[in-house]
Design a protein around this ligand. Structure first.
Ligand SMILES: [Zn+2]
Ligand SMILES: [Zn+2]
Length: 677
C-alpha cells in the first residue's frame, strides 16, 4: 500500500510505514519467524521468545548462551535466504490450550509456556513454516516464505534485552532486522538511516557546542552552553517581537505553586502521573496532599493574572505570553536528547477572549504559527485536529462545551483550506487542539506548534468579564505555542538543517579569518563594525594557516566566512565564502555590511549580486587610477566564480603611454649621443 508512489518525483523512493501497510506487516511478521527458524537451525540451544514488527523493521528476542557476533548475523541472514528460497508454506493451525501446552512441552520451550498463559482467547493459533518449525502467533503472514524478497532483508544489530523488559528476569539477545517489499526500498531505508545518524541532534549539538547533559544534574535535563543559549534567545527574541506586533502582553510566573492551584485546574486529578511528586513539609501535609509542586503547565498562572482584576469586554482579547519553563516526569527510558526532556520551556500564551472573538482570534493564532514556520523555512507540515475520544474518561467538561470547541477548530481549518486530518483521542484533557505535524527531511513526523480551544478552565476557575450590557460573562481561553517547546524545536531544527542554521538563526553568522598577524587590526576593526550593527561576527584568533581556518569554520558550520589577506586590507574589502552558495568573491566592506543586514532582516541567505558591486565601485575606479587599484568582481552570474581584474581609466593609460614614450625617446637620444662621440 503506497498511495503516494505515483505523485512522488521518480528519484525519491517512497517508504511506507509498517503501521499503514498490511503488506509490510505480513512481510515483517513472516520474516521474523524465518529469522527465528534460522537461528534455531544454527544455534540449537537458542530459545525463542517474542518477535514483533516495529516501525522500520522487526526484532526477535532469543535466550542464547553466547551473544551473537556480527559473523553470526551474516550466517543467520544466509540461512534465512535458504529458508526463503525453499518456498515453505505458512500454515495456520488452530489447537486447544491443552494441545498447545503438550506441543510446547515436547520441544522444551519454557518462554512459549509463559506466552501461552498470556493468551486469553481460544482456540490457540499456531503458525507453521513448512513442517519443520512453528510458533504461537496471531498473524498476519504471507502465504509462503518465497513471498519475502531475499534481497530486501537485512539483519541490522544485536542488543541486550530483558525478558518482558524486566531487569530481574533473564537477559536475552535481541536481533534487530528489517525487511521491505523491494531491494530499492531497503537501499533507501539504509540511506535514511545513515543520514539520520549524520543529522542526529545529540551528536551535532555536541559538535556545534550547543548543549550538554550531566549525570550529576540528571537525565532529561539539558544544560545550555553560551552558544546554545544564544540560539535560544535568538528564537525567543524573534517570537517576542512578532508577538508584541500582534498585541500580546508579556508576563512571568514562578516555577512552583501550591498543589491546590493544580487541583482546581484538574491537572492533579488528570495529569498527576506526568508531574514531579509533591513537595510536602511533613508527613501530615503529605497525607492530606498539601504542599508545592513543580509546574507541569503555565495555564493556571496566567489565569491568576487574568483574575487579579475584574476585566471589562474592552480589555479583551487579553493575550498573556510567557516563555515558561515547565517540568514533567517522563520515564527515564523515554528520554533521549532534546526531543524528550523533563524540564523545558514552552513559548506559551493564553488568550482570554469573548465567545464572539473566538473564531477571529483562532485564525490570528494560526497566522502567527504559519509566519513562524515560514521564517524557520519549515515547509512540510499538515494540521491534525486533535479531538477527544468520547469513550475515554480522561477529559474534563461536558459534551456541549467539547462540541463547541471542536466546532471552532473545524471552522478555522475549513476557512483556511488547510491540509488536515483528525486525531481522535489526541486532545488535551481540558480541550481539543489543532496540532501542526511536521515531516522532516527524512520523512519523520514531529509535532510542533499547537493551538487549543478551552471552555473548561474558565469554568473551573470561574473567570468572568463585564460585557457591554453590564452583565458578567464567561471568557473562552485559547492556549497556544507556535514552537511547542524550545528544547524540542531546537532538536528538530538541528536535524532538519543538518546543523546548518539559516543565517538569521546561526549563533555565529560570520567568522573573519585573518591570513596573518599583519591583517589582525583591520580584521578586528571590521568585526567590531559588524557587531555594532547587531551582526554576530567573530574573528578566528588561532593564528592557524588559512587552510585550517577555513576547515574549522566549515566544521563549525558558520554560514559566512570572510578571508582577510593583504589585498583585502589594501582595498578595504573581504573575500566572502558562504555555506549556502560557495565563493562570492572579493567585496568591499560597506557592501558586505549592507547585504548582511538585509539578508538577516529578511530571513534570507547572504546574496551579493556582482553587478551591485561593480556599479557602486565604478566612480572610485576612475578617480584612483594611479593610486591603489581596487579589485572589481566581474562575473556574469553568481554561479560563476568572480574573476578579479584591475581596471584602468583612459586618462591613466594616456599617462602610462606618454611616460613610456618619453623613456624610449630619452634612451634613443642617449644612444645617439653615446655612439656619436
Ligand atoms: Zn507471526
Ligand atoms: Zn495552557
Amino acid at each position: 500500500m503506497s498511495p503516494n508512489q505515483e505523485t512522488q518525483p521518480p528519484e525519491k523512493i517512497y517508504l511506507p510505514r509498517t503501521s499503514e501497510s498490511e503488506t509490510l506487516k505480513k512481510i515483517r511478521h513472516t520474516a521474523s519467524h524465518v529469522m527465528a527458524m534460522a537461528v534455531q537451525k544454527l544455534f540449537p540451544k537458542a530459545q525463542v521468545t517474542i518477535g514483533p514488527w516495529i516501525e522500520n523493521g522487526f526484532y526477535y528476542d532469543f535466550d542464547s548462551p553466547e551473544p551473537f557476533s556480527d559473523k553470526d548475523l551474516k550466517a543467520i541472514q544466509k540461512e534465512m535466504v535458504k529458508i526463503i528460497n525453499r518456498k515453505l508454506p505458512v500454515i495456520r493451525e488452530e489447537v486447544s490450550r491443552e494441545e498447545a501446552q503438550k506441543r510446547i512441552e515436547a520441544i522444551n520451550e519454557p518462554y512459549k509456556l509463559e506466552i501461552l498463559a498470556d493468551i486469553k482467547q481460544e482456540p490457540i493459533t499456531i503458525y507453521h513454516l513448512g513442517e519443520e518449525w512453528w510458533d504461537l502467533c496471531a498473524g498476519p503472514h504471507l502465504e509462503n516464505t518465497r513471498e519475502i524478497n531475499p534481497k530486501a532483508i537485512e539483519l541490522e544489530s544485536v542488543a541486550g534485552a530483558y525478558w518482558r523488559g524486566d531487569e530481574t528476569k533473564a537477559q536475552l539477545q535481541r536481533i534487530y532486522a528489517t525487511a521491505w517489499e523491494t531491494p530499492e526500498q531497503l537501499a533507501e531505508h539504509k540511506r535514511r538511516k545513515e543520514e539520520a545518524l549524520r543529522r542526529d541532534h545529540r551528536k551535532l549539538g555536541k559538535e556545534l557546542g550547543l548543549f550538554v547533559f550531566s549525570d550529576s544534574v540528571g537525565p532529561g535535563l539539558p544544560l545550555w552552553t553560551p552558544k546554545g543559549t544564544l540560539l535560544r534567545s535568538i528564537l525567543e527574541d524573534f517570537l517576542k517581537k512578532e508577538q508584541l506586533k500582534r498585541g500580546y502582553l508579556p508576563v512571568v510566573s514562578p516555577h512552583i505553586a501550591r498543589v491546590d492551584l493544580f487541583k482546581t485546574s484538574g491537572h492533579w486529578q488528570k495529569y498527576k502521573e506526568d508531574m514531579f511528586p509533591l513537595m510536602a513539609e511533613d508527613e501530615e501535609a503529605k497525607a492530606i496532599e498539601q504542599g508545592f509542586v513543580l509546574k507541569p503547565m503555565n495555564c493556571p498562572f496566567h489565569i491568576q493574572i487574568y483574575k487579579s482584576e475584574l476585566r471589562s469586554y474592552r480589555e479583551l482579547p487579553m493575550r498573556l505570553a510567557e516563555f515558561g519553563t515547565v517540568y514533567r516526569y517522563e520515564k527515564s527510558g523515554e528520554l533521549g536528547g532534546l526531543t524528550r526532556v523533563r524540564g523545558f520551556t514552552v513559548d506559551d500564551s493564553h488568550l482570554f477572549v469573548t465567545p464572539e472573538q473566538l473564531d477571529q482570534e483562532f485564525l490570528n493564532v494560526v497566522d502567527l504559527i504559519l509566519t513562524v514556520f515560514r521564517s524557520l523555512q519549515l515547509k512540510n507540515f499538515k494540521a491534525r485536529l486533535s479531538f477527544r475520544d468520547p469513550a475515554s474518561d480522561k477529559y474534563i467538561g461536558g459534551d456541549e462545551v467539547w462540541d463547541k470547541a471542536e466546532g471552532a477548530i473545524r471552522r478555522a481549518v475549513q476557512q483556511l483550506g488547510m491540509d488536515h486530518f483528525e486525531g481522535i483521542g489526541e486532545a488535551a484533557f481540558y480541550g481539543p487542539k489543532l496540532d501542526f505535524i511536521f515531516s522532516d527531511a527524512l520523512d519523520r513526523e514531529w509535532q510542533l506548534g499547537t493551538v487549543q480551544v478551552d471552555y473548561n478552565l474558565p469554568e473551573r476557575f470561574d473567570l468572568e468579564y463585564v460585557a457591554e450590557d453590564g452583565a458578567r460573562k464567561r471568557p473562552v481561553m485559547i492556549h497556544r505555542a507556535p514552537f511547542g517547546s524550545l528544547e524540542r524545536l531546537i532538536g528538530i531544527l538541528i536535524e532538519e538543517y543538518a546543523g546548518d542554521f539559516p543565517l538569521w538563526l546561526a549563533p555565529v553568522q560570520i567568522r573573519l579569518l585573518p591570513v596573518g598577524d599583519l591583517q589582525l587590526d583591520f580584521t578586528k576593526e571590521v568585526a567590531a563594525k559588524m557587531v555594532a550593527l547587531g551582526i554576530r561576527a567573530e574573528v578566528d584568533l588561532s593564528g592557524d594557516r588559512l587552510g585550517k581556518l577555513i576547515r574549522n569554520a566549515e566544521k563549525d558550520k558558520i554560514p559566512v566566512m570572510a578571508v582577510v589577506g593583504a589585498k583585502e586590507v589594501e582595498t578595504n574589502s573581504l573575500s566572502i565564502r558562504t555555506r549556502a552558495s560557495g565563493e562570492l568573491g572579493t567585496i568591499p566592506v560597506n557592501i558586505v555590511l549592507d547585504k548582511l543586514e538585509y539578508a538577516i532582516a529578511n530571513f534570507e541567505n547572504l546574496y551579493i549580486d556582482v553587478a551591485d558591486v561593480t556599479s557602486q565601485q565604478a566612480p572610485d575606479v576612475t578617480e584612483a587610477a594611479f593610486q591603489q587599484v581596487p579589485n572589481v568582481s566581474d562575473a556574469k552570474s553568481e554561479q560563476v566564480q568572480p574573476v578579479t581584474l584591475p581596471v584602468y581609466s583612459f586618462k591613466s593609460l594616456v599617462y602610462i603611454a606618454s611616460a613610456i614614450f618619453y623613456l624610449v625617446a630619452a634612451w634613443a637620444i642617449w644612444l645617439w649621443l653615446y655612439n656619436g662621440s
